[in-house]
Ligand binder design. Structure first.
Ligand SMILES: O=C(O)C(=O)Cc1ccccc1
Length: 333
């Protein structure tokens, strides 16, 4: 937690506005912290590092923080399952914003370590998935030790005296952001830019409780949904997809995840272009909800790239308003 944001009073008897409190997948130096710092005002906010995605989301649900930033999708491996599963099935939450961060990985170790000395590498699973080719090429025999986050794997190598040690850790090198090395110069960089894809980006979301004010439509928005599809029949998924296509609503992501209840039971995690305030989106959601009554709305929020979505005339709000008033008039006759 940073001291700068400890509830500063602006005058006697005036506690001033309470600083906003944010949780993130920590410790300091994670890519998730970099994403949080892109949210305006967070440099002066209380920022609490958490040990895992579920812990950060629990802090939101229990009111210990106002919002949390967690990774949700990366351009190489797809969805971050810990986040997708938690927001889909835990107590309801709302996504208020998406943040896209370019990712660069470095391999770090205690000073004196050579590449040839590395037998086991630790990092977050999402990072491991993005450096596999580099590892296969340069350290084909290295074992993988999962870590709670990228920065956690590196920071665990720092011993109490400020030096670097891998004794008892079960690994001799870690993969993290260059930011961690800037914060801990005693870490030695064995290799830089080891990501398999130099264009890799990760998408993070800012998540709050469901009573948080929803961001207003901007014309370049996304809506996230969870659609549990229990029905085991031909065409069930097609029925859902048709709700979007007939209203000109574009899907930007669809992933299936097991519900974990029974083998073969899946839910779909879906992102679409548009805001729930857009008539075509609201109408599509009504269609989906009629088919899947347990459909969950996770939020409408601005697209990180601010790219406006083209809408055909017959899918515009004006067309929906005109058609609705035509039907209403007919019903009133
Ligand atoms: O934020 C981090 O540092 C994480 O450990 C999660 C992660 C890992 C790799 C890419 C983006 C986010």
């Amino acid at each position: 937690m940073n001291a700068a944001a400890s509830g500063v009073a602006s005058g006697p008897g005036d506690p001033g506005p309470r600083p906003r409190r944010y949780a993130f997948l920590g410790p300091e130096g994670t890519f998730t912290e970099a994403a949080l710092l892109q949210v305006p005002g967070t440099d002066a906010a209380v920022r609490t590092p958490m040990g895992s995605v579920p812990a950060a989301l629990a802090a939101v649900r229990e009111g210990r923080v106002d919002a949390a930033v967690v990774p949700i999708e990366n351009s190489v491996e797809g969805g971050v399952t810990a986040t997708l599963d938690d927001v889909s099935f835990g107590a309801e939450l709302r996504i208020l914003r998406e943040i896209v961060v370019p990712i660069r990985f470095v391999l770090v170790a205690p000073a004196g370590t050579e590449l040839a000395d590395v037998h086991a590498i630790s990092t977050h699973t999402v990072a491991w998935a993005q450096i596999r080719r580099w590892v296969a090429q340069h350290l084909p025999d290295a074992d993988y030790v999962p870590a709670p986050s990228t920065a956690a794997s590196a920071v665990a190598m720092l011993d109490g005296a400020g030096g670097v040690s891998t004794e008892g850790l079960g690994y001799d090198a870690a993969v993290c952001s260059p930011v961690v090395v800037a914060q801990h110069p005693e870490l030695h960089v064995l290799a830089g830019d080891i990501g398999d894809n130099t264009q890799a980006v990760t998408r993070f979301v800012l998540v709050a409780r469901p009573d948080a004010p929803m961001p207003a439509p901007t014309g370049a928005d996304k809506t996230s949904l969870v659609v549990p599809l229990w029905e085991d029949r031909p065409g069930a998924l097609l029925d859902i997809l048709e709700q979007f296509s007939t209203r000109g609503v574009n899907l930007t992501r669809i992933e299936s995840r097991p519900t974990k209840a029974h083998l073969g039971d899946y839910f779909f995690s879906v992102d679409i272009d548009g805001h729930i305030q857009d008539d075509r989106v609201a109408d599509a959601l009504m269609g989906v909800r009629r088919i899947c009554p347990r459909t969950r709305f996770l939020g409408s929020y601005p697209r990180a790239d601010q790219r406006a979505v083209p809408v055909a005339t017959h899918h515009s709000d004006a067309a929906f308003i005109q058609a609705r008033s035509w039907v209403d008039n007919l019903k009133g006759q």
